[in-house]
Design a protein around this ligand. Structure first.
Ligand SMILES: [Zn+2]
Length: 273
């Protein structure tokens, strides 16, 4: 862990950004030249990825050094306009030492659908990632983008960007990146349970409380609290209120209505004979 008086040495940060870029690209979290990564290496300095370069093929010399106003301090390449989001996270939350931005396909699909990742499904996600709200859509490259994420930087560890992608942060680059992995993994599980299997036994409120306690003991104070609706005594097989389940409820209703209609029709026909 690196804090404000103990920043990661620049040569290490350069190497780690390239390693994480490769992971992000190899896992399909970014296509072509998408995504960006930054690490805070001083009170007024961040190191970040350049624009127009695949994050899977970077070398340490390609990275750009900026001050906290976004002015270039070294490097021949330009930083992406999306770095404004990173700078805003650092400004809003001084504990943050690294930020990652990507377009992981499943989490981005939830961002497009406007569905927050706030269900209590997996203990690890509750502890390490927390709930993931959606920041309203903002035109890329404009000041609207950092404005849209500002309210979430202190109390959460990640945010979905409506019709765009995901942004995660942490006390070092590994933590920020792992949150991106956890976010996509959680989104995949949510898609399977809600939209493919159509059923999920969510964690009870008591179970969520115990996980929040564990999180506190680990020194993690951010992440929000997932929605829970099941009391301990009612714990057990539970049909979630996901769209798929609403759909199956609708189907059940349709079957019932059809059978009532058939009975009524048969009665009318019989009475006319
Ligand atoms: Zn993006």
């Amino acid at each position: 862990m690196y804090n404000r008086t103990n920043y990661m040495p620049e040569f290490m940060a350069r190497k780690q950004i390239c390693d994480i870029g490769k992971r992000m690209y190899n896992r399909g979290y970014v296509a072509a030249n998408d995504g960006n990564i930054s690490v805070r290496i001083g009170r007024d300095t961040i190191l970040c990825t350049p624009t127009g370069v695949s994050k899977g093929f970077m070398t340490p010399d390609m990275l750009v050094k900026l001050n906290m106003k976004g002015e270039r301090r070294s490097g021949t390449r330009k930083a992406s306009s999306e770095i404004k989001m990173h700078l805003r996270v650092y400004k809003e939350n001084p504990e943050v030492m690294a930020v990652t931005h990507a377009h992981p396909p499943i989490a981005t699909s939830f961002a497009i659908a406007g569905i927050e990742l706030d269900k209590a499904l997996l203990p690890e996600a509750v502890v390490m990632l927390g709930t993931v709200p959606i920041a309203p859509y903002a035109t890329p490259g404009t000041e609207e983008v950092p404005e849209s994420i500002a309210p979430y930087c202190k109390d959460h560890n990640a945010v979905l960007l409506a019709n765009h992608g995901a942004l995660t942060w942490g006390s070092d680059l590994i933590e920020a990146y792992y949150r991106m992995e956890s976010l996509e993994h959680y989104a995949a599980i949510m898609m399977y349970t809600s939209n493919i299997i159509g059923k999920s036994n969510e964690l009870s409120c008591g179970q969520v409380e115990r996980l929040i306690e564990i999180r506190k003991n680990l020194g993690i104070t951010s992440g929000g609290k997932p929605v829970c609706s099941i009391e301990e005594k009612n714990k057990g097989p539970f049909i979630s209120s996901s769209s798929m389940n609403q759909e199956s409820m609708t189907q059940e209703k349709e079957v019932l209505l059809r059978s009532i209609a058939e009975k009524v029709t048969a009665t009318v026909l019989n009475s006319n004979r």
